[in-house]
Design a protein around this ligand. Structure first.
Ligand SMILES: [Zn+2]
Length: 83
């Protein structure tokens, strides 16, 4: 569920600045605790998963676990392109 509270403005991805986890709000689990993250003001919005991964966030196992490998591959490809 997309949020329009705290730092969120309807973006698909929400990161927790303490745990450094990124969540997919279109696939979130109740156990992701997104509401608590936003209520604590720890939310960082991202429109793309790549941007979050490049900045050092790691995907939440509950909502993005199956995409972790793809993200690691994409990250290495992007880093290769930048260096
Ligand atoms: Zn999650």
């Amino acid at each position: 569920m997309r949020r329009w509270a705290s730092n969120m403005n309807g973006e698909r991805y929400c990161a927790n600045k303490i745990t450094m986890e990124i969540h997919d709000l279109d696939r979130e689990s109740a156990d992701c605790g997104i509401s608590e993250v936003i209520e604590s003001g720890l939310d960082i919005p991202f429109t793309t998963l790549f941007e979050a991964i490049i900045r050092g966030f790691h995907s939440c196992e509950l909502c993005l676990g199956q995409f972790e490998l793809k993200c690691i591959i994409d990250k290495s490809q992007i880093i290769n392109r930048l260096t």
